[in-house]
Each structure stands twice: as structure tokens, then as C-alpha cells.
Design a protein around this ligand. Structure first.
Ligand SMILES: NC(=O)c1ccc[n+]([C@@H]2O[C@H](COP(=O)([O-])OP(=O)(O)OC[C@H]3O[C@@H](n4cnc5c(N)ncnc54)[C@H](OP(=O)(O)O)[C@@H]3O)[C@@H](O)[C@H]2O)c1
Length: 287
């Protein structure tokens, strides 16, 4: 069997076009503020890509570049000021932050209705309660949209997520539970990873280890979502956590890297910013 490729790049373009269209219906463009602290080159690339996507969608975007030496108190003050700024509907603080700054305290300082990364405890709590998912984290939300686009049934599926991080594995597990999957979340201590993965109808790899998941770990016909981004030794090309060549021979559907989850993460950031903007306009109309 040769798997069907789920084209995240094409889907992301469609979602971005829809966001652009819906943004036009608002009295004022949705506004996103992106804070970047320090000069991590990977973070700089991510921020540039997010800003470019915003501009292409006709959103207002503001980049706030701060030095590594900034104190936590100064950063928190900046985040709170953006919370008061009516041009800004969404606030994103690019991770990682320098070690002297608590990521948790910074995340908590973002108003939940402007938390377009979906990491605030109130938004994660909404996912856990499973009623209204609110602003969900972008990468897991992107995974769900990829599954929907390929008509892969989540309800009733055995889903295995490899990786238990707060930004990918855990929130994705909650979203899949909400949709009726039977979910197993693996980590570095999981015994016999291959056997656990082999039982998955939907297998998600979110680890950060190139080629960890090989074709022999994939159930025939399963859907494989590769979240991993690993830089190849040439420093330019990226590859996923899944050994694409062997897995694609066994899986029913598979996402490529690049061109799978990556572009969807940015598309979901646009979708969250639009949603935050729509909610803000509705709230001010009702006031
Ligand atoms: N495409 C995108 O837009 C996007 C977005 C976010 C992240 N990513 C990529 O996704 C990957 C994961 O990111 P993350 O932030 O979630 O990483 P993370 O915080 O480092 O978490 C990695 C997880 O993988 C687990 N793990 C490590 N080795 C393992 C093994 N041999 N077997 C099973 N589990 C293992 C770890 O287990 P322990 O908890 O036990 O240590 C941890 O839970 C990275 O490559 C990252 O670049 C991509």
C-alpha cells in the first residue's frame, strides 16, 4: 500500500484565504502582536513566517523584539500593555524564553481572550472540560484540521500520540478525547514503543527525533501525522520524526515534512487571531 499524502501546505493556503475573506468583513483588521526575546535564529524564522502570513491575510501585525537582558517584570509589563491595546486582538510570545524568565508567568499574563497560542491555563482548561474549546493551541488544532480534511474518523479510533509536551502532545490528546478517540500518550519512558504504535489507527509523532517512527511500527492503513521538525546536518533542510519512505508504504494517509503540520500551525494562528478579533468586535457591539 502507498499512503495518500495529506497536503498541509495546500490546506493552510485555503484556510489563510478564508481568514483573509472573513477579516475583510470586520470594521478593522485583526491585529496580532508577536514578542520575541533574544536572538535565537530558529525563533527569528518562525516569527518572520508568522508575520508574513499575517500580512498576506491583511491582518495588522506588530513585532516587538526585546533583548535577552530584559527582566521578567519588564516583559510582563509589555504583555499587559498589549492586553490594553485595542488594535491588538492576539498576543503571542515566541518560545523559548531566556532561563531567567518564567514562561508560565508570561503565558498567564496574556489575557485569555487574546491568547492566540492557546497556552493560557483558562484555554487549556476549556480543552480539558471539553465543552467549548475556545482558543486551542495551533499545532494540535492543525493536526485535527488535517485529519478532517482527509475524512479520517477520529471518533472510535485508537489514537497514539508520541510526545507529551504542553504545546503539542497533551493538548492534542485532549482534543482527540473530546472527539471520541481512545487515546494513548507515549513519552521517553514508554515500554515497547513499537508495539504501542502498532495498535494505532491514528499515529501522531511529536518528539523531535528524526526517523524515530519507522514503517514497521505503523499499522497497515493507519493515518500518520508527523509533527516533528528536525534539522538535517546541512542546517537547511528539515525532516520529521517519521521515516517517511518506510511509513508511506504501510500507512493509509501520511503528512510530509516539510509541507504537513508546519504550515497548518501558522494557518491556525491566523484562524485564532481572526476568532479573537470577531469575539472582540461582538463584545464591543454588545456593550
Ligand atoms: N510543525 C510544527 O508546527 C511544530 C510545532 C511544535 C513543535 N514541533 C516539533 O515537534 C517536535 C516535538 O516538539 P515539542 O515541543 O512537543 O517537544 P518536547 O517538549 O521536547 O517534547 C518531546 C516529547 O517527546 C518525548 N520523547 C522523547 N524521546 C522519546 C522516545 N524515544 N520515545 C517516546 N517519546 C519520546 C518526550 O518524553 P519525556 O516527556 O518523557 O521527556 C517528550 O514528551 C519537535 O521536533 C518540534 O520541533 C513542530
Amino acid at each position: 500500500m502507498t499512503a495518500q499524502i495529506i497536503d498541509g501546505k495546500a490546506l493552510a493556503q485555503t484556510i489563510a484565504a478564508q481568514c483573509r475573506e472573513q477579516a475583510r468583513a470586520l470594521d478593522r483588521a485583526p491585529g496580532l502582536a508577536v514578542i520575541i526575546v533574544g536572538d535565537n535564529p530558529a525563533s527569528a524564522v518562525y516569527v518572520r513566517n508568522k508575520q508574513r502570513a499575517c500580512e498576506e491575510a491583511g491582518f495588522y501585525s506588530q513585532k516587538i523584539a526585546l533583548p535577552d537582558s530584559i527582566s521578567e517584570a519588564e516583559l510582563l509589563a509589555k504583555v499587559r500593555a498589549l492586553g490594553e491595546d485595542s488594535r491588538i486582538d492576539g498576543i503571542l510570545v515566541q518560545l523559548p524564553l531566556p532561563p531567567h524568565i518564567s514562561g508560565a508567568r508570561v503565558t498567564n499574563a496574556i489575557l485569555p481572550h487574546k491568547d492566540v497560542d492557546g497556552f493560557h491555563p483558562q484555554n487549556i482548561g476549556a480543552l480539558a472540560l471539553g465543552k467549548d474549546e475556545g482558543l486551542a493551541p495551533c499545532t494540535p488544532a492543525g493536526c485535527i484540521r488535517l485529519l478532517e480534511s482527509a475524512d479520517v474518523a477520529v471518533s472510535g479510533a485508537n489514537a497514539v500520540i508520541v510526545g507529551r509536551s504542553n504545546i503539542v502532545g497533551k493538548p492534542l490528546a485532549l482534543m482527540m478525547i473530546n472527539r471520541g478517540a481512545t487515546v494513548t500518550v507515549c513519552n521517553s519512558k514508554t515500554r515497547d514503543l513499537a508495539a504501542v504504535c502498532g495498535g494505532a489507527d491514528i499515529l501522531v509523532a511529536a518528539v523531535g527525533r528524526a526517523g524515530l517512527i519507522t514503517g514497521d511500527m505503523v499499522k497497515p492503513g493507519a493515518t500518520v501525522i508527523d509533527v516533528g521538525i528536525n534539522r538535517l546536518p546541512d542546517g537547511k533542510k528539515i525532516t520529521g520524526d517519521v521515516d517517511f519512505e518506510s511509513a508511506a508504504k504501510i500507512a493509509g494517509h501520511i503528512t510530509p515534512v516539510p509541507g504537513g503540520v508546519g504550515p497548518m500551525t501558522i494557518a491556525m494562528l491566523l484562524a485564532n487571531t481572526l476568532r479573537a478579533a470577531q469575539a472582540a468586535r461582538a463584545a464591543s457591539a454588545a456593550a
